[in-house]
Design a protein around this ligand. Structure first.
Ligand SMILES: Nc1ncnc2c1ncn2[C@@H]1O[C@H](COP(=O)(O)OP(=O)(O)OP(=O)(O)O)[C@@H](O)[C@H]1O
Ligand SMILES: [Mg+2]
Length: 346
């Protein structure tokens, strides 16, 4: 048992656990089921990737963990979020606020959502420190200086006094990472942390996150629409489609033994690193459904090349397919496996 801000946390319980989470938005167009029965957990030092096309519910899940989803319009028909065995959804709001931001921090896709344009970078980081820790201004400022150095920003004493617009895109991203690390969180939710950056800077930011994780044993939840980005970074991958997890497994299982037609589709649209010859990439046809009007049965069936009547009849449950912890919600997982073997043999 440890005490974080007078809140008892059970160190033997999983670090962060999302249990059967549903986040629905009641709108004029009907109920948008943005997250519809999602469960996962992440442990110390582990990187869990959440991958899926635009509008699959990735950001809404992350923002719910941080308490950033307003209700109304959101409702939470089922679910819980557990941090070291304590329910974040059931504890008093004041306690929630103290844990969120301290123990769990978020890196947003667009640094400008997190950085305030009218305050100096150093002041913003120092303020973040002082929100959660009782330290003097001087100590908080010293911590901001150290953090800027730690995230690889050159000349921290000068940068500390600059405003966000004086930073390049890559440096703003680093400053936001510094801010997220200000209180040494146990969990870092990184929502598309590199999407807005060019390829070289992307690689630098990913390397930075990896180094910080090694130094601090932080758990990272890496959210992205790009399966390619996570290949060399994630330990496990949750593939999301239309507000649900359709496949989950180790990174190797997802890349080499996919068992859901959607995962297979994502992989087929990705250039293979190990491939010497030019290959034909096959994008998935169509677009994801509106979450206010999800197709009956398997939500992927209208776009699926394996689909049969069975797929329309009922939503397939997420079931074990092979190794422990590898689950897929696809009635055609065997056919997908065979098609993938053919793909890999090419
Ligand atoms: N406040 C809201 N009111 C109504 N619908 C919402 C609200 N916030 C999000 N949604 C809907 O929830 C769904 C999931 O959105 P979310 O932002 O989680 O997608 P995402 O997987 O992060 O996509 P992207 O890759 O584009 O970031 C979308 O259909 C979105 O329109
Ligand atoms: Mg998003």
């Amino acid at each position: 048992m440890v005490r974080a801000h007078d809140i008892d946390l059970d160190t033997s319980a999983p670090l962060l656990e999302v249990r059967d989470l549903r986040v629905h938005f009641v709108t004029d167009r009907g109920t948008v089921k943005a997250v519809d029965g999602v469960s996962w957990m992440v442990g110390e030092g582990e990187t869990l990737a959440i991958v899926g096309e635009s509008g699959s519910g990735k950001s809404v899940s992350a923002m719910t963990i941080l308490g950033l989803i307003q209700s109304p319009p959101a409702v939470f028909p089922t679910g819980d979020i557990m941090l070291r065995g304590r329910s974040l959804m059931k504890m008093p709001e004041k306690q929630q606020r103290r844990l969120r931001g301290k123990e769990i921090a978020m890196i947003f896709q667009d640094p400008l959502t997190a950085l305030n344009p009218v305050f100096r970078i150093g002041d913003q980081i120092a303020e973040m420190v002082r929100t959660h820790q009782k330290v003097s201004r001087a100590v908080a400022r010293r911590r901001a200086l150290d953090l800027l150095g730690e995230v690889g920003i050159p000349n921290p004493p000068v940068r500390l006094n600059q405003y966000p617009h004086e930073f390049s895109g890559g440096m703003r991203q680093r400053a936001m990472i510094a801010m997220a690390l200000a209180n040494d969180p146990q969990v870092l939710l990184a929502d598309e942390p590199t999407t807005a950056l060019d390829v070289t800077v992307q690689a630098q930011i990913m390397a930075l996150l990896e180094k910080l994780q090694q130094d601090r044993n932080t758990a990272i939840v890496l959210i992205t629409h790009d399966l390619g980005v996570v290949a060399s970074h994630a330990d496990r991958i949750n593939v999301m489609y239309a507000g649900r997890i359709v496949e989950t497994g180790s990174t190797d299982e997802i890349f080499y033994q996919p068992r859901h037609a959607y995962t297979f589709g994502l992989l087929s649209s990705l250039a293979r690193m190990d491939h010497r010859r030019q290959e034909r990439l096959t994008p998935i046809k169509g677009v994801p459904p509106s979450l206010a009007n999800v197709p009956k049965g398997c939500p992927f069936h209208p776009r699926c090349r394996f689909a049969t009547d069975e797929c329309v009849a009922a939503v397939p449950p997420l079931e074990p397919v092979a190794g422990a912890g590898h689950l897929a919600a696809c009635v055609h997982s065997d056919r997908v496996g065979m098609a993938n073997d053919e793909r890999l043999a090419l």
